[in-house]
Design a protein. Structure first.
Length: 156
């Protein structure tokens, strides 16, 4: 018998995220990366040097969390930051050659975790889940209803 789903969407998403994160973190451990660090390096490899703000937006992450995750990557020489070309106050983050080499190794580990997830959850279900979760990241929640004291029933 399957347990009833969580009544709170946030709680259900966070629990699922922690469960799946464990799978990817274990798979990436031989490369010395966690899934958050892999995601950062992957975005840098795919899109090239990024400002801290644009990278945070791509990752749907706040800047302070991103900064915390970047420090060990920079210390290991996998990512590097420099002042922006147009605005010296801007910080550009780039993948280093060592980071690109590690990503080549880590990509195989990530692909194995992805294969394991899709095998366990189903290929069609995995695609549907990614599609739904991408949609969730683009929702513009109505903060006005919260700040004006309207309850969620009124906001529907």
């Amino acid at each position: 018998m399957t347990a009833a789903p969580e009544t709170c969407s946030c709680s259900a998403l966070r629990q699922a995220s922690r469960h799946v994160t464990r799978l990817y973190d274990e798979a990436l451990a031989p490369a010395g990366l966690g899934i958050n660090q892999y995601a950062i390096l992957s975005k840098l490899g795919r899109f090239g040097p990024q400002t801290l703000q644009s990278l945070a937006e791509r990752l749907v992450m706040d800047r302070s969390t991103l900064g915390h995750l970047l420090r060990p990557l920079e210390a290991r020489g996998l990512a590097a930051s420099r002042a922006g070309e147009l605005d010296r106050r801007q910080r550009l983050i780039a993948l280093t050659p060592a980071g690109a080499a590690l990503m080549a190794q880590a990509r195989t580990l990530w692909q194995e975790a992805e294969r394991r997830f899709q095998t366990a959850f189903g290929a069609d279900e995995s695609l549907a889940l990614r599609t739904a979760l991408k949609q969730v990241t683009t929702i513009a929640f109505d903060h006005a209803a919260h700040s004006t004291g309207k309850d969620t029933e009124d906001a529907r």
